[in-house]
Each structure stands twice: as structure tokens, then as C-alpha cells.
Write a protein that binds this ligand. Structure first.
Ligand SMILES: [Zn+2]
Length: 68
């Protein structure tokens, strides 16, 4: 099942639930039990390491491929 992250509009709690898309409306805040929420989209950040980029540090670290 997919994971959805929401932020409660009432108390600001952020919570993640495993549910099907059709049941999103029924998801409640674990803290205040409110259904008022907005979807939080997390960006998947994957680090670029190992020389695929020559400008990862801007020439300041002295250790990456851009500094050699
Ligand atoms: Zn809440």
C-alpha cells in the first residue's frame, strides 16, 4: 500500500499513513482526530556523490572530483 503524508490543518501535526487512495478522506489526525488535512509531498532527495557532478561542492571541500 502506498504511504501518504499529511499535515493536520487544525493542530499542525504531520503524520504518515498507509492507506489506499480511495480512503484518504477517512484518514484522521492521530492527535486531534480532525479530518482537515493537507497532503504533504516529500521530495525524494538522492545524494549525488562519487564524481558524477563536478560542481557538487563549488570547489571548497578539496575532496570531491570538482576539487582535484
Ligand atoms: Zn490534528
Amino acid at each position: 500500500m502506498p504511504t501518504y503524508t499529511f499535515r493536520c490543518k487544525k493542530c499542525g501535526e504531520e503524520y504518515t499513513v498507509f492507506t489506499s487512495y480511495s480512503k484518504i478522506d477517512e484518514v484522521r489526525c492521530p492527535k486531534c482526530n480532525s479530518k482537515e488535512k493537507e497532503r504533504v509531498y516529500r521530495k525524494i532527495s538522492f545524494s549525488v556523490q562519487g564524481g558524477s557532478s563536478s560542481s557538487s561542492c563549488g570547489g571548497s571541500c578539496g575532496g570531491c572530483s570538482g576539487c582535484s
